[in-house]
Design a protein around this ligand. Structure first.
Ligand code: IPE
Ligand code: IPE
Ligand code: MG
Length: 238
């Protein structure tokens, strides 16, 4: 097996991606930041297809953070539209045909337009019995918010302190089924967690790519998987 080939046995079970660099990709081309997001949506589509072809079981992407509300109103509403119309509405039949199960994690608070919440529910419902890759969209997501919400939910259930352990906390996260992250990936040459999957990625291998997200495709994903396979995961042991 050549160094830059991958087979199914070596593919990480759960890949989590911070899709970063849309704005800089656009700036480099003299385009608007929103053009970068449009190109980023196309890249996301390629990555979902590619990951599913490679046999990835779980792919989770960071689409909008709890901190992204700080951006200009026009950019925020563009991103809301993009998630609603492009990522969900336009792509869902194809995702469904490819046996992909779509999930969404994040805070369903008042700032998220009602139409987007409805579209999320419809898409999740449409694809819920699919048995291929699970594609989770982290939307209005932040790890700290997720842990705060889990703690609230535990307290609301009246759980006694001595019953709280890692397993129980996981059961109160946005998606109790979501497995731990194996490969945590960020594009655009930024070396930050930015509040993404910090609990689930406690033992993930981290790969940082210089590629701006809109230039992502299956072959760049495969390069990241090659890098993942060069690591030796010890999980605290020897
Ligand atoms: C990531 O690209 C997309 C979202 C945060 C939704 P950015 O918009 O952060 O692009 P840069 O980092 O400014 O280049
Ligand atoms: C993280 O990227 C959020 C998403 C990709 C959705 P940002 O571009 O918002 O993160 P910072 O601001 O560089 O930390
Ligand atoms: Mg960014």
């Amino acid at each position: 097996m050549g160094k830059h080939e991958t087979n199914e046995a070596q593919v990480p079970r759960h890949i989590a991606c911070v899709m970063d660099g849309n704005g800089r990709w656009a700036k480099q081309r003299g385009l608007k930041r929103t053009d970068g997001h449009t190109a980023g949506e196309e890249a996301l589509h390629r990555v979902v297809q590619g990951a599913s072809e490679l046999g990835v079981e779980w792919l989770t992407v960071y689409a909008f953070s709890t901190e992204n509300w700080k951006r200009p109103k026009s950019e925020v509403s563009f991103l809301m539209q993009l998630i609603d119309k492009s990522i969900l509405l336009n792509r869902r039949e194809e995702l469904h045909a490819n046996n992909v199960r779509v999930k969404v994690i994040g805070r369903k608070d008042w700032r998220v337009p009602k139409g987007v919440l409805r579209r999320i529910d419809e898409t999740v419902e449409l694809t819920k019995n699919n048995t291929g890759m699970t594609f989770t969209i982290a939307f209005n997501y932040g790890s700290q918010a997720e842990i705060v919400d889990a703690v609230k939910s535990i307290v609301a259930c009246g759980v006694p302190a001595q019953s709280i352990d890692e397993k129980l906390i996981e059961q109160h996260m946005y998606d109790a089924e979501l497995p731990e992250v194996d490969l945590w990936l960020r594009t655009s040459g930024e070396y930050r967690l930015s509040n993404f999957m910090t609990w689930q990625a406690s033992y993930a291998e981290m790969v940082f790519l210089d590629t701006y997200w809109p230039d992502m495709d299956k072959s760049v994903l495969e390069q990241a998987i090659v890098e993942f396979n060069e690591r030796h995961r010890r999980f605290g042991g020897l």
